[in-house]
Design a protein around this ligand. Structure first.
Ligand code: ATP
Length: 295
């Protein structure tokens, strides 16, 4: 669906993208991950054909350099924060339909896809941030493009609105749309991406499944285990003997676990006949959990 070969972008003397190559298959949902300035937006803007670049870029069989306009017909683009005139939701989509030369009879279907049907008569100024982003998504869906490109689409949303937006994108992906998005939020990359491209200073340094991203970033899962006071020392002894990395914390201990062996410490304690009072899985925390020292 998308083939980038040696994609390179210079801004004056600065190199924003440095020989980046990747392939995205139809139906994939790919996240671009990287610090500020890593080159995520530049990559997305190259895909959209709004930037000059070096290297080769083919999107849905279209050579982007030669047919920049044609490529924008097969990509729906959702920016970080869309700016709209103060029309109603329906009028906004009619405006975009005219702009994109698509039939306005698509509007009810896209309103349905983004769950804005009950809000179609509201003015944009009355919408929440989450609704505005869904309106931007609706505009991107008007021409029913096979590809959606989203640049940090939930960066300004609260958690509830973010979840709702991500769910809508998941449904679109399951219906066959190819998704390419940039994100700073690990939880959303894990929920939405089938693959992550990690950019660093304009270079593609790694491609990995989203589940591996947390560990690559030094983020970690911890199992917090509580035992009665009289079992505290024995718990720590067993954890130590079994080779677990742990941090005592009052009556509990944080034990480092992996995605595939989350309950291994509980098994060891059970075998040693140490009764566990409670446990909790703490995911994606910085190492060590805030305020604790790790051995
Ligand atoms: P962010 O998360 O901050 O949006 P990003 O990963 O999207 O970061 P880009 O916006 O692609 O990064 O920027 C990559 C590099 O190119 C940065 O060093 C940035 O300063 C530079 N850059 C981006 N746009 C321009 C521009 N129009 N003119 C000059 N330099 C630019």
């Amino acid at each position: 669906m998308i083939i980038a070969e040696e994609l390179t972008k210079h801004y004056g003397k600065a190199t924003a993208l440095d020989h980046v190559s990747f392939t995205i298959e139809p139906g994939e949902s790919v996240a671009l991950w990287g610090a500020n300035g890593a080159g995520k937006t530049t990559t997305l803007r190259c895909l959209l054909g709004v930037h000059s670049f070096e290297g080769a870029l083919v999107v849905n069989g279209i050579n982007v350099r030669q047919q920049a306009k044609a490529v924008r017909a097969v990509i729906g683009y959702v920016p970080q924060e869309a700016v709209f005139y103060d029309l109603t939701v329906y009028e906004t989509l009619r405006f975009y339909a005219r702009l994109k030369k698509t039939a306005p009879d698509r509007i009810p279907a896209v309103l349905e896809q983004v769950q804005l049907v009950p809000h179609s008569a509201k003015r944009v100024s009355m919408l929440s941030g989450g609704m505005k982003q869904r309106l931007a998504l609706a505009a991107a869906l008007l021409a029913d493009p096979p590809i959606l490109v989203l640049d940090e689409p939930t960066a300004n949303l609260d958690v509830a609105a973010q979840r709702e937006f991500i769910h809508t994108i998941q449904v679109l992906n399951q219906a066959g749309k190819t998704i390419v998005f940039s994100s700073h939020r690990l939880d959303e990359v894990i929920m939405l991406a089938s693959r992550v491209l990690i950019l660093e200073n304009g270079s593609l340094v790694q491609t990995c499944p989203p589940t591996e991203l947390a560990e690559k970033l030094g983020l970690q899962r911890w199992l917090r285990i509580w035992v009665a006071v009289q079992h505290q020392d024995s718990m720590l002894r067993v954890l130590r003997e079994q080779g677990f990395a742990y941090t005592p914390n009052g009556r509990s201990a944080y034990v480092k676990v992996t995605a595939s062996s989350k309950i291994a410490p509980l098994r060891s304690l059970e075998l040693a006949h140490i009764p566990v009072e409670d446990f909790d899985l703490v995911e994606d925390e910085l190492v060590p959990p805030r305020g604790l020292n790790h051995d």
